[in-house]
Design a protein around this ligand. Structure first.
Ligand code: IMP
Ligand code: MG
Length: 179
């Protein structure tokens, strides 16, 4: 598995720092609110698990699963709901927790869908952001770090369902996905 990684982009230590500072900001901003964190499966589970433990106010969690990529590295533009929320989100202060914001198509679709259910507010927290790749007008409210336009894996992020268990974020060797 490690042989397929070209370079470690974000170490475990840096991930810890990024996640703690996001947790601190969210703790301050959501004091006295009705925080409901929505983790987008499966890429954000590792981030979600760490982020929620760095938040020091009461919060609820829920999960949603959508697919936009299949097993490739380019977005299809088609977003399919595989698992919907269990919770009624009316009146909740939603925080969507995502692994990486790329073209923005997935979150732009999800945002519209969730807004139609009348939450009190909706914000987006993404661990990673690839701003150069954006195809729709969307930005996250909380961003761990911007990354270059390279395919990254680890800390929840996959290529073909693999590498999610790497404890760091690394750049995948091109030869792994080019053939
Ligand atoms: P978007 O709709 O193009 O913004 O796609 C976002 C989704 O694409 C993310 O939730 C990831 O699942 C996937 N994705 C985008 N870039 C990468 C990457 O570099 N590594 C792994 N998954 C990625
Ligand atoms: Mg994915």
């Amino acid at each position: 598995m490690l042989n397929d990684i070209k370079e470690v982009l974000i170490s475990e230590e840096e991930l810890n720092t990024l996640v703690s500072s996001l947790g601190e900001r969210i703790t301050k901003d959501y004091e006295g609110k009705n925080l409901l964190m929505i983790s987008i499966l499966k890429g954000s589970v590792v981030f979600m698990a760490d982020l929620m433990r760095s938040i020091k106010i009461p919060c609820k969690i829920d999960f949603m699963s959508v697919s936009s990529y299949g097993s490739g590295v380019k977005t299809s533009g088609v977003v399919k709901i595989i698992k919907d929320l269990d919770t009624n989100i009316e009146g909740a202060d939603l925080l969507i927790v995502e692994d990486i914001l790329d073209s923005g198509k997935t979150l732009s679709y999800l945002k519209e869908l969730l807004m139609a259910r009348n939450p009190k507010s909706l914000k987006i927290c993404t661990l990673l952001d690839k701003p150069e790749r954006r195809q729709v007008d969307l930005s996250a409210d909380y961003i761990g770090r911007a990354v270059p336009d390279e395919f990254v894996v680890g800390y929840g992020l996959d290529y073909d369902e693999k590498y999610r268990n790497l404890p760091f974020v690394g750049i995948l060797k091109e030869e792994v996905y080019s053939n």
